[in-house]
Write a protein that binds this ligand. Structure first.
Ligand code: AR6
Length: 362
């Protein structure tokens, strides 16, 4: 996965480079900096840093990783939080950008970051996180690299209150709960199959939209569970084209549908797999194997990258054998972003991480 957020201790991460939340003097400090110096060999690292001499706020320098599992340590000095009026946001963005550029210049394929400035330097954690995700996301849209944001403790990770509460409210309104998940999921899958079969039959017999709508209505009355995953009857007419598409393309595999949608989007392959947080090699496999079976998170990631509607997302998921379900918290959160028209996969992953869900991409 090109961009991942994980919990852990950065000194234990095996990456080509780990990033140190340094000070401008490059002296051993507390927090993650103290831990990195101690684990790498404080004496050798202090000598290497003294040789470099210092690092301006927002800039980055590189040393060996010494005893760390990482080959290199990239030191970047974050801004001290002073209320937000001292150019802190731009400087913090520069920390990530310059550290990533330096990693690239040194041939690094994988880099791990702590949440810079969010400890001793006092940057509000939600804002520090937003900047980290934006800066890393911006960089990855133009580069192939595996970047990990390593969050040390639970408290160190916070969505903005407003976003957290908006998503929480959406989950409360739409989430069907987990206590009957297995039964519901199974029934939904069976009913989805039945519904698709019904749609196919309808398509063969009638081209009249009203007939399709009427049958959906009948089908829903008979089986209210379908409501959770299929459009309401009054919405059927408006979605006629989408239903036609589903039926007309029943024989398309996931891979074929994906490649067609990418062509139709007018964006190149690489723009789409990068926006989907999908590794280039995984995409190559999907491209070369028409029967590729993606995980649900991979399929959802492509739906986001292609900016599909909720219905379009359902269609693509169905090709991979999945449904967009109200009984999955992950699905409800993704649906929240789709309904908001926010297709930034990195922001979606930030929210998924905050709600303890697995991330989109591969
Ligand atoms: N792994 C990952 N993250 C960690 C670890 C760890 N082992 N330890 C702490 N964190 P801070 P700053 C998190 O204070 O705010 C030093 O003295 C921590 O929870 O390390 O940029 C330097 O020398 C927090 O979210 O860095 C500077 O003088 C994040 O890392 C100054 O502190 C950053 O916290 C830099 O302050």
């Amino acid at each position: 996965m090109p961009f991942e957020i994980i919990r852990g201790d950065i000194t234990k991460i095996e990456a080509d480079a780990v990033v140190n939340a340094a000070n401008t003097a490059l002296a051993q400090g507390g927090g993650v900096c103290g831990a990195i110096f101690a684990a790498a060999c404080a004496e050798k690292l202090t000598r290497a840093c003294a040789k470099i001499g210092g690092c301006a706020t927002g800039q980055a320098v590189i040393t060996k990783g010494y005893a760390l599992p990482a080959k290199y340590i990239i030191h970047t000095a974050g801004p001290v939080w002073q209320g937000g009026g001292q150019n802190e946001a731009a400087l913090l963005y520069d920390c990530y950008k310059n550290a990533l550029e330096l990693a690239k210049q040194n041939g690094c394929k994988s880099v791990a970051f702590p949440l810079i400035s969010s400890g001793i330097y006092g940057y509000p954690k939600d804002q520090a996180l937003r900047i980290a995700v934006t800066a890393i996301g911006d960089f990855l849209l133009g580069q192939d690299m595996a970047v990990t944001l390593v969050v040390f403790d639970r408290a160190a990770f916070a969505l903005s209150e407003k976003l957290y509460h908006a998503i929480k409210a959406y989950i409360d309104d739409h989430y069907a709960g987990t206590h009957y998940l297995p039964r519901l999921a199974k029934e939904q899958t069976l009913r989805l199959d039945a519904t698709v079969a019904l749609m196919r039959e309808e398509q063969e017999t009638f081209s009249d939209t009203m007939t399709v709508a009427a049958d959906f209505e009948a089908c829903e009355q008979e089986s209210p569970l379908i409501k959770a995953s299929m459009p309401a009857p009054q919405a059927v007419m408006a979605q006629k084209r989408s239903l036609d598409d589903v039926v007309a393309r029943l024989d398309e595999t996931f891979s074929q549908q994906l490649l067609r949608l990418i062509d139709e989007s007018g964006h190149g392959d690489s723009a789409i797999y990068k926006r989907a947080n999908i590794d280039r090699r995984v995409f190559s496999k999907i491209r070369s194997n028409k029967d590729y079976r993606p995980s649900k998170n991979t399929a959802l990631a492509f739906a986001v990258a292609l900016e599909l509607s909720a219905d379009g997302t359902r269609d693509l998921l169905m090709k991979a054998g999945f449904a967009l379900s109200r009984s999955s918290k992950l699905d409800v959160i993704v649906e929240y972003f789709i309904n908001k028209g926010n297709y930034n996969i990195f922001e979606i992953n930030e929210a998924l991480f905050a709600f303890d869900q697995s991330l989109l991409g591969a």
